[in-house]
Write a protein that binds this ligand. Sequence first.
Ligand SMILES: [Zn+2]
Length: 235
Amino acid sequence: MRITKNGFVYQLTFMASVFPVNCYLVEEEDGVTLIDAALGFCAKGILKAADTIGKPITKIVLTHAHEDHVGALDALKEVLPEVPVYISTRDHRLMNDDRSLDSHEEQTPIKGGVPKKCKTRANILLKEGDLVGSLTVIETPGHTPGSLAFLDLRTKALIAGDAFQTRGGIAVAGDIKPWFPFPAFGTWSKKTALASAKKLISYQPKLLAVGHGDMVEAPLTVMEQAVKSLERKVV
Ligand SMILES: [Zn+2]
């Protein structure tokens, strides 16, 4: 596991050289918020990282219901049974393996591995504008219908889940990067992802932190380039 710190954000990277999977600890005064739960074997590393920071994990927040973002959830909940788990109302359905689509959504199959064996369910369902500590909730459908991003209001650090990737070059969800195509393979609606990417740019983030790839400081220019790249393919 590799830990990279930027302000209040600690990026925890597993399998950095092969298939990098990130989760995040965001520091608050009284504890840390875990964003995403990586893969099954990552629980120990996540707990150790919180120990090193010296603050307890007080919240577990999920950007979306894909296997590589909720893998260690059951193991973590065994150690931290009191800690609340948050997900979007929409992806809560996906956690229950309900792949049905709503009438306003693009009628194309939801992709990606949804955790079949995971027993833990969220206690708190999130929607646009909710606050989780210092983080505001931004609905960013596209990779999954209920994907969420989180903006730290103190620093404008944006934890965007798989709405963007930075491994293999920056890309909006759904835009295939030959060196790391996997997030694109798992993306439900490119068109919807594109609209969400533009929405994220409108928040003028100062740091971009994603599920797969390194954090990027002052990311606006590259985010705009990524939008243009997908726009050429979708529109
Ligand atoms: Zn995903």
